[in-house]
Design a protein around this ligand. Sequence first.
Ligand SMILES: [Zn+2]
Length: 193
Amino acid sequence: MICGSMFSGKTEELIRRLKRAIYAKQRVEIFKPLVDQRYDEEKVVSHDDNEIQSTPIKAATDILLLSHNIEVVGVDEAQFFNEDLVEVCNHLANRGTRVVVAGLDMDYLGAPFGPIPKLMATAEYVTKVHAICVKCGALANHSHRITQEETLVVVGEKEAYEPLCRRCFSALYPPVLNPKDVSKSKCDNTDVK
Ligand SMILES: [Zn+2]
């Protein structure tokens, strides 16, 4: 699992790992959701134009149909698939296929994104990569939306988002819980043993 905010180099890291598998003459297949048509329909393209051939698919379950005899399965933009992806990846891994998945860990509001939390929980290895905060230069883990559109899938990319660190992001979106609420919920938990 490779995850992080936008501009954090997830796709570059995915491509790096998959190219090494290709150099090792392993049979590799890369999938991405059909929703992501930013650049080339048949290629996983990172922001620095490093690219690799991929297959756009509508549903996570399509991966099972298309990965017979494949040794390494790559998935990019995994956050746009539904939770079926978790079962699909674990099924493949259980039968001995190496699965490398890249995706956004949080949406633009800072909430865990789609199947990513469960993939992180069930993966053997998790790499979190970071962008650089455009406001202060610290490590960024948030993708702050700078357009007004409200759907989760905005495919506009660079113009629509900017990477922010926790501090700069939370200055814009103050946490919903205040410390009082947190300590109250802790007390409630200790009652239920
Ligand atoms: Zn910052």
